[in-house]
Design a protein around this ligand. Structure first.
Ligand code: ADP
Length: 748
C-alpha cells in the first residue's frame, strides 16, 4: 500500500515554513509516497474535508521565498482536549494517513507527540464507536511523527537553530542598525524590545551583531540587585568616551534575579531618571516574524523537510517520533520526547530562578556569546593586570574584501585590549606590512565598525615575494610584534604560510600567526564556513528572487553567473535557496551531454506549463562553455517555447552590511584568535594555525595540516563537506515527475 503522509504548520508562523512544506511534499512524491497538506494547523486536522488536500509536485512551486506559511497556521484549543484529538485521528485514518510531519514550536510538537502516544487508544475507541472500521484500525496501527522546529525564538532543545530564527535576527539587526543611525544623530538612548519569552537568543545575538550597549535576557538576569546603577554607569562612560548612541536590547521575557519582569518601559524610565537621557522605546513586534526567509532558513527548512520524510519512510522506523534539526552543521534526528523534555527543563529552571542551571542547559556556545557581549559592551577595557606580560599583536586584512572584516577587526581590538595587550592595525594587507603602514588601535579606534561592510583598513590580494621578506621582517621587528592575525581569504592564507615557512631564516617570523577565514567564496581550509559567505549568499538570493519574478512574466530562462572562483559553494547553496532548475559547479565541470540534457529539461518544463527557468552557474564552472555560449545555445534550442537572458551578478555579492551570522562569527572567532596568540606568543617554538568552524565548533588547524588540506591546483580545500547536499538540490529542482505531458497545458 502506498504510504500516505500529511504535513501541517502550527502555532506561531515562522519564515521558512513554506520551504519546509515544499521539501516535504517533493521528497515524499519523489520517494513514491502520497502527500497531503493540512490547512490551518490542528484546526484543519479536526475539521477534515477540504482542509486535508492531496498535494502534487507543482502545488508547492513558487513558495520557497515567501514568508509565513501558505497552508496556514492556527492555535487550536480543541486539539488540547482528547475529543478534539479523537476527531483528528478519525480524519487522518479516513484519508489513509498514519504519518505526520509537523512544523511548529514546542506547543505544536508536544501536541503531535500526545497524539502519537494516544493513537492506539483513539483508534480503538473510533472502531468501537463505528467511526472507522476494524480493518482501518489494523491497517494504521501506529502513527509516525517527524517534527520540524518552526519557531523564530530558537527556543527548542535538540537543534542548534530553529526555522525562522535567522530571519528574525536579520529583521532585528536591520532595525537596530536603522535605529542606531537616528539615535546617533540626536545622541538619544533607545530601548529595543525583541521577541523571546523564554529564550534570550534573539536579544543576545542581535546585541552582539548590532554593537548594542546592554542586553537583558531571561536566562541570565543581571546578578546585582542594583543592576540599574551598573547599566547606567556603562552607558554614561560610553557617552563620555564618545559613543553617540546608547542602545539597550530587552528580550520580552527579561526578568530580574527575583523573577520580576523587566519591561522595556521600566528600562526607559531608569535611563531617563538616572541619566537624564532622551530615551525612546521601540517594540519590534511582528515585524520580526514577517518577510521573506533568509538563505539559512530556506536551506535549513529544505534539508530538514527532506530528512523528515526520509525518517518517516525509513523501514526501521516503527511508529517513532523524531525531531529533525541541525546540530554541529549537520542534519540530525533525535527522539522528539527528549527534545521536548530538555526544552521544558530550561523553562523550569528560568521559572524557578535557577539561572545558572538555565545557562548551563543553553550550552557552551550560548554562554561564550554572553561573555563576549559583556566585554564588547564595556565603555573601556578592564584595568590591566600588571603581573601579566603585555603583548603586541598585529592584525591585517588580506584577499578580496568580505563583509565581516570590519566586525572582526573591531572585536579583535576590543577583546585584545581588554586582555591587556596592545593591538596594531596594518593598513592595506601585506602590501602595507611591506611598507610599514602600521598604527596602534585603542578601544575606540574601531567604534561603530560592527555593521560596516567592506574594510576600513583596506585589503588586497598581494602576496609577498621572497625579495620582500627581509623588509617585512624588519617592520615586524621595529614594532616588536609578538603575534600576527590575518583576517582574510586564500591569498592571505598563502602569504601567512610564506612567512611561516621562512621562520628559520627570519627571527621576526618565529611568532604565532593565525588566520581567520574571511572570504565570500567559502573556499578556505580548516573551516566549513567563512565569514562573509552568508552575506554574499543572501545578496545573491535576493537578486535571484527578483530575476525569477521578472522571468516568470514572459516565459524566460535565465543563466545567472555567481562568484566563488573555483569553489561552487555559493552557486550550490544559492540554487538550493532559490529553487533554481540547474546549477553548474567547478567541482563537476560541464559537458556537452549535460547541456543537451538541460536543453531537453527546459523544453519539457516549458511544455508542461512552467513559465521560467533559472540556471545558476559558478564563474569558473567551465572555461569552454561560458555564460554567453550557454545563453545562445538555450535561446537557439528554445525556439518559440522560451527565450533566454543572462545576468552576471558581479561585485554586488561582495558588498553590503554583513549579515548577523557573519558579524557573530567574526566576533566569536576574534576571541579565539586573541586567545591563541596569547597562548603561543613568547614561546620558543610558537604554533601557527588557522581558526575555523568544524562541526559548528571553533577549531584550530596547524599550518602544516592546513597546507596539506589545501588543493593547490584549484585553490580550494581538498574535502568539501557541502558537496553531500548536491543530490537534494538536484532532486528538488526536477520538473514535476507527477505531471504527464499529455495532461498538461502545452504551451506551443
Ligand atoms: P507553538 O507551537 O508555536 O509553541 P502553541 O504553544 O500555541 O504554539 O501551540 C500551537 C498549537 O499546538 C496549540 O494551539 C494546540 O493546538 C497545540 N498544542 C499546544 N500544546 C499542546 C498540548 N499540550 N497538547 C495538545 N496540543 C497542544
Amino acid at each position: 500500500m502506498t504510504k500516505r503522509i500529511a504535513v501541517l504548520t502550527s502555532g506561531g508562523d515562522a519564515p521558512g515554513m513554506n520551504a519546509a512544506v515544499r521539501a516535504v511534499v517533493r521528497t515524499a512524491i519523489w520517494n513514491g509516497a502520497e502527500i497531503f497538506a493540512v490547512y490551518e494547523g490542528y484546526t484543519g486536522l479536526i475539521e477534515g474535508g477540504n482542509y486535508i488536500k492531496r498535494f502534487k509536485w507543482d502545488n508547492v512551486g513558487g513558495i520557497l521565498h515567501k514568508g509565513g506559511t501558505v497552508i496556514g497556521s492556527a492555535r487550536c484549543l480543541e486539539f488540547k482536549e482528547r475529543p478534539g484529538r479523537l476527531t483528528a485521528a478519525e480524519n487522518l485514518v479516513q484519508n489513509g494517513i498514519d504519518a505526520l510531519v509537523v512544523c511548529g514550536g514546542d506547543g505544536s510538537l508536544t501536541g503531535a507527540n500526545i497524539l502519537r502516544t494516544e493513537w492506539s487508544g483513539l483508534l480503538h475507541e473510533l472502531a468501537e464507536n463505528g467511526r472507522i472500521t476494524w480493518e482501518q484500525r489494523v491497517a494504521h496501527e501506529k502513527l509516525t511523527i517527524a517534527g520540524l522546529a518552526g519557531s523564530i525564538d530558537n527556543d527548542l532543545c535538540g537543534t542548534d537553530m530553529t526555522i525562522g530564527a535567522d530571519t528574525a535576527l536579520h529583521r532585528i539587526v536591520d532595525a537596530i542598525d536603522a535605529i542606531s543611525s537616528t539615535a546617533a544623530s540626536h545622541q538619544r538612548a533607545f530601548v529595543v524590545e525583541v521577541m523571546g519569552r523564554r529564550c534570550g537568543y534573539l536579544a543576545l545575538m542581535s546585541a552582539i551583531a548590532s554593537g548594542a550597549d546592554w542586553a537583558l535576557i531571561p536566562e541570565s538576569p543581571p546578578n546585582l540587585d542594583d543592576w540599574e546603577a551598573k547599566m547606567c554607569d556603562v552607558l554614561r562612560q560610553g557617552r563620555e568616551r564618545g559613543r553617540r548612541d546608547s542602545i539597550v536590547v530587552v528580550a520580552e521575557g527579561a526578568q530580574d534575579r527575583h523573577g520580576q519582569p523587566i519591561t522595556s518601559d521600566y528600562v526607559r524610565r531608569v535611563l531617563e531618571e538616572r541619566l537624564g537621557e532622551d530615551t525612546r522605546v521601540t517594540i519590534l513586534g511582528h515585524v520580526q516574524r514577517g518577510g521573506s526567509p533568509t538563505v539559512f532558513d530556506r536551506n535549513l527548512s529544505t534539508l530538514t523537510g527532506a530528512e523528515a520524510v526520509q525518517a518517516i519512510l525509513d523501514p526501521t522506523n516503527d511508529g517513532e517520533a523524531f525531531l529533525v534539526g541541525i546540530t554541529a552543521n549537520r542534519i540530525t534526528r533525535i527522539p522528539l520526547e527528549q527534545a521536548l523534555n530538555d526544552t521544558k527543563c530550561v523553562y523550569d529552571a528560568i521559572n524557578s530562578q535557577q539561572y545558572n542551571e538555565a545557562m548551563n542547559l543553553r550550552g557552551g556556545s550560548f554562554n561564550q556569546a554572553f561573555r563576549i557581549l559583556r566585554t564588547l559592551v564595556r565603555a573601556a577595557p578592564h584595568k590591566r593586570d600588571p603581573s601579566k606580560k603585555q603583548m603586541r599583536f598585529a592584525l591585517l586584512n588580506a584577499g578580496a574584501p568580505a563583509p565581516g572584516m570590519n566586525t572582526a577587526v573591531r572585536a579583535t581590538v576590543r577583546l585584545g585590549v581588554d586582555k591587556g595587550h596592545r593591538i596594531f592595525a596594518i593598513n592595506h594587507g601585506f602590501k602595507g606590512l611591506l611598507k610599514g603602514d602600521i598604527e596602534e588601535f585603542d578601544w575606540m579606534s574601531a567604534n561603530g565598525w560592527v555593521a560596516e561592510g567592506g574594510t576600513e583598513i583596506g585589503t588586497n590580494r598581494y602576496k609577498p615575494t621572497t625579495a620582500d621578506l627581509y623588509q617585512i621582517a624588519r617592520n615586524l621587528e621595529q614594532h616588536n610584534i609578538d603575534g600576527l592575525l590575518v583576517i582574510g581569504g586564500w591569498s592571505g592564507y598563502e602569504a601567512a604560510l610564506t612567512l611561516y615557512n621562512h621562520r628559520k631564516e627570519f627571527r621576526a617570523f618565529n611568532i604565532p600567526i593565525t588566520c581567520m577565514p574571511t572570504s565570500i567564496d567559502n573556499d578556505l581550509p580548516g573551516s566549513e564556513l567563512s565569514i562573509g559567505t552568508d552575506t554574499a549568499l543572501n545578496n545573491i538570493v535576493e537578486a535571484l528572487d527578483k530575476i525569477r519574478q521578472s522571468a516568470g512574466a514572459s516565459n524566460r530562462a535565465f543563466v545567472v553567473e555567481v562568484m566563488g572562483r573555483t569553489c561552487g559553494y555559493l552557486a550550490l547553496m544559492s540554487a538550493l535557496a532559490s529553487g533554481a532548475e540547474r546549477v553548474y559547479l567547478p567541482e563537476e565541470g560541464v559537458t556537452l551531454d549535460d547541456l543537451q540534457a538541460d536543453v531537453a529539461m527546459l523544453k519539457h518544463s516549458f511544455r508542461i506549463g512552467k513559465r521560467l527557468g533559472l540556471m545558476v552557474r559558478n564563474e569558473c564552472a567551465t572555461e569552454v562553455y561560458d555564460t554567453n555560449f550557454m545563453v545562445r545555445l538555450f535561446e537557439e534550442e528554445g525556439g518559440d517555447l522560451f527565450d533566454v537572458r543572462q545576468a552576471i551578478l558581479g561585485h554586488l555579492q561582495q558588498g553590503g552590511t554583513p549579515s548577523p551570522f557573519d558579524r557573530i562569527q567574526a566576533s566569536r572567532q576574534a576571541l579565539r584568535c586573541v586567545e591563541f596568540l596569547e597562548e603561543q606568543a613568547g614561546k620558543k617554538r610558537p604554533k601557527s594555525a588557522c581558526v575555523g568552524l568544524i562541526n559548528s565548533a571553533a577549531k584550530f588547524t596547524h599550518f602544516k595540516e592546513m597546507e596539506d588540506e589545501m588543493d593547490w591546483d584549484f585553490d580550494r580545500p581538498k574535502e568539501q563537506w557541502w558537496l553531500t547536499l548536491r543530490p537534494i538540490a538536484w532532486m528538488l529542482a526536477q520538473p514535476a515527475p507527477d505531471v504527464e505531458i499529455a495532461d498538461a497545458t502545452i504551451n506551443k
